[in-house]
Structures are given as C-alpha cells and as structure tokens.
Design a protein around this ligand. Structure first.
Ligand code: ARG
Length: 465
C-alpha cells in the first residue's frame, strides 16, 4: 500500500520512481523515525485521536519494527518503499492493521523528516565530540610525555624560533577546542523540536507540542511551522563545523608529514599508520596523513552542496531538501573515521629528541634573541634588527653559527656586545624568555597543559545523551 495515490489515475514512471526514492539513504534514520512516531502516537492518544488500545497496538508494532531492523539486515535490504517514513508506516499497517492507518493524522513527512534528522544529528554530534575529545587527549598525553623537547618553530615553512614541542601540540588542542565549541553551538540550534508543524501550517489536532518536546528530549520547540519544515540551517552548521575540523586535521596531517620526513626527522610515524611501496623496498609512507589531508575535500564539497541546495529555495518544504541526507551522513562518517585515525597517529607518534636537537643547530633561530639583547642594552629595536641582520649575513658567508663569531668581531659591529651575548644564543634561553601568557616558556606551557587537561574533563550537553 502506498501512503498516497488517491488522486492519481496512473502509476509512476519507473525511472522517476527510482529517482524519487530515498530509502537507500534515509533508512539510516529508522530508529529516530520510530522514536518520533512513538512520541507522536502518544500525543494523538492524549488528543483523543487514538484510543488507549490503538496506542498500545501502535507502540507494540513500532517496537517490533525497531527490533527486526536491528536484528535482521535483510529486512531493510529487500524493501522497495519510497522512504524511511513510508517503510515504517507500511510495516506497521502489516503488523497492526487498522490502528496504523490513524498514526499519520495531522502529521506530514515534512515535520517528520525534520524531527528524525534533528534526533539523528543530536546523537551524531555527541559521537563527534567523543572523537574530538579522544584526539585531544592524545595530544595532551604526548605533550605531557615530552615536557622538555625543543623543536624548531616555523613561519613560511622556514625555521623561525625554537619552541617547546608541548607548546606546538597545545596549538592543535586550541584549534580542536574551537571545533568542539562550534559543534556544541550546532547542537544548541539542532536541539529544537519541529513536530506539530504539519505539512507547513501547523497541526489541526490538539497535539501537545510541549509534551512531545519532553518525550523526545528536546530543549525547545520550533516557533514557526513554515520555518520548521524548511529549515536545514542545522545541517549547514554541522557540515560547516565539520569542514573546519577536517581543515584542521588536514593542516595537522601536513605538518606531521613534513616533520616525519628524513629531512626533519624529530617525529616518527608508527608502522600502524604507514604503508610500504609495492616497488621501493625502503619506503615507509605516511598514507594515513595523506588521506586525512585528502578527506577534507569531500566534506567541503558537502558544505557547498548544502548551501547550493538551499540557495533560492522558496518556502516551505520542497523535495530538493531530500538531497540533504548524503551530505549529512557522509560528513558524519568521514569525521568519525578521520578523528579516529588522527587519534591513532598521534597516540603512536615517536619523538626523536636527538633529531630535534640537531634540527635546532645552525639556522640562526636565536637571531631575534640577539637583537633583543641589544635592545636591552639600549639600542632601538629597528637598529638592532639591522645590526643582527648584517651579522647573520656575515656568518652565512663564513658558514659559521652565531656562537662561533668572536667577541671582538661582535664588538666591532656594536660596542654594546659583551661576553654575556653568548648566553642568549641557546634555544633554552630563547624559550625561557618568552614568558608572556600564551608564550612558549616552560612554566607557561605547563600551566596551559594543566588548564587543557582540566577543560577536557568538562562535559558538553551533546555528550550527555
Ligand atoms: N523523503 C523526504 C525527505 O527526505 C521526506 C519528506 C517528503 N515530503 C513530501 N512532501 N514529499 O525530504
């Protein structure tokens, strides 16, 4: 039995039917669809549309469908229904007969799909938060395990100033913390109950929307029925937050690929996340990271897809909106897989402190400290910058480091130089000097690390589900 068709004299064209059907995708919403229908059946009973007996029959039937969907994969495989909503309704009619024909009273698939998707997304955000948290926890573990390792910090992909490895790892923690905030924002907007909007104008039976909200565990109810059935902003929020997370993962991947090259070498990737070459026996390739970098493309694609889908769409519901599902599901799957792989990569990283020390040699990374030294002796910074620039040029020409230039030569270049200049040339000194809040000085980084650990213990509303 089809859920519509009374006003038609001809059946559907076969190609169009295939084109129109969405069950293959939206079957993922089946448990949310059943959850929404159970709550709606109760609301109908309270509104006097269903008898107590009919309600019990419907709840029982819906429970059976849910159990079968969980236990029997073939149940969903074989179905030929238009979408998940018609699938559930058709099976319910088969199980309970007459009573099932009353379930859709006052409801439309338009408010139904909105509530299903919001229920699904609320759970999905909780899962993403869990994945983010696990990755962030591993970043903190690595930072805690290597409190003293100093590595080159880069700008323009050229060695710039020494930094603590822990400071570097905490930079990623900050990024992923913002991602967590964004997903939580998205959760807040998703957490709004649309049932009762009907097809577009509202529900003509006395369904208690507040009771529906409570039953389905939403914080608020939608304020306008037209908006409720045409709003997909929460999906854009999710895919947008997801895109940025994938962009962050992609940037992290790029850094780790670079730092694990033999040319840098202070990070080694474990065998668990690398692959060999079919031809070159010596190779150990960072495929996990390259895929993380590549996966961002598909999620950014989904974001574009959703925005283009909504642009120019008139109020209220239009079938275009059915095309939102793949963007949602693919973003969720890509995010969860990527976060999990990133977590393994970070957890299994090996840090080579000797390679890090070697990487700090001979690249003038403490030239700024030398200029700062002159500033502390009274020279204006711009002038000090010029003096040290000329010193670097000379050392480069003579192929020596700053600490190999003699004191007498230093003093020829500026009489402000004295024996103590050599102290400021160590990476350690450079790091300790940067003791502002947010800087790389060890005590600042230690404090940031414990703040970060603290913040990870907090639980967001999306994680309480
Ligand atoms: N499968 C549809 C979707 O995902 C459900 C709503 C259909 N509504 C309609 N009036 N055709 O958007």
């Amino acid at each position: 039995m089809s859920i519509w068709g009374g006003r038609f004299t001809q059946g559907m064209d076969e190609a169009f039917e295939r084109f129109n059907n969405s069950f293959r995708l939206d079957r993922r919403l089946i448990s949310e669809d059943i959850e929404g229908s159970m709550a709606y059946a109760e609301a109908l009973e309270k509104a006097g549309v269903l008898s107590d007996r009919e309600l019990r029959q419907i709840l029982d039937g819906l429970g059976k469908i849910r159990d079968r969907a969980q236990q029997d994969p073939g149940f969903l495989e074989e179905a030929m229904d238009e979408d998940v909503h018609s699938f559930v309704e058709a099976r319910l009619v088969e199980i309970v007969g007459e009573a099932a024909l009353k379930l859709h009273t006052g409801r439309s698939r338009n408010d139904q799909v909105a509530v299903d998707t919001r229920l699904f997304l609320k759970k999905a955000i909780g899962q993403v938060q869990k994945g983010l948290k696990a990755l962030m926890g591993e970043l903190l573990n690595q930072a805690g395990k290597h409190p003293d390792v100093v590595v080159p910090g880069y700008t323009h992909l050229r060695k710039a100033q020494p930094i603590l490895l822990a400071h570097y790892l905490l930079a990623w923690f900050e990024m992923f913390s913002r991602d967590r905030d964004r997903f939580e924002d998205c959760f807040r907007r998703t957490d709004c109950m649309p049932l009762g909007a009907g097809a577009l104008a509202g529900n003509a039976f006395a369904v208690d929307r507040e009771a529906l909200r409570k039953k389905l565990n939403f914080s608020r109810i939608t304020a306008n029925s037209l908006d409720a059935v045409s709003d997909r902003d929460y999906l854009v929020d999710f895919v947008s937050a997801g895109s940025l997370t994938l962009v962050h993962l992609s940037r992290l991947a790029e850094d780790l690929i670079f730092f694990s090259t033999p040319e840098c070498g202070w990070i080694e990737l474990s065998d668990e996340v690398t692959t060999g070459s079919s031809l070159m026996p010596q190779k150990k390739n960072p495929d996990s990271l390259e895929l993380l970098r590549g996966k961002s493309g598909r999620v950014i694609g989904s974001l574009t897809r959703l925005l283009v889908l909504l642009k120019g769409l008139p109020l209220t519901y239009n079938k275009d909106l059915q095309e939102d599902k793949e963007a949602l599901f693919d973003t969720l799957d890509t995010l969860l897989d990527s976060l999990q792989v990133a977590e393994v990569v970070v957890r299994t990283l090996r840090i080579d402190a000797a390679a890090a020390r070697k990487a700090l040699e001979g690249d003038f990374m403490t030239a700024t400290d030398l200029a700062d030294y002159l500033v502390r002796k009274g020279m204006p910074f711009r002038e000090a910058h010029g003096v040290v620039g000329r010193i670097v040029l000379e050392c480069e020409g003579r192929q020596i480091g700053l600490s190999e230039l003699s004191l007498s030569r230093y003093r020829q270049l500026s009489p402000l130089f004295a024996e103590d200049l050599y102290q400021v040339l160590s990476a350690r000194h450079s790091i300790e000097a940067r003791s502002v809040t947010g800087g790389t000085a060890p005590e600042r980084v230690a404090a940031a690390l414990s703040r970060a650990e603290q913040s990870l213990t907090l639980q967001n509303p999306s994680e309480r589900g």
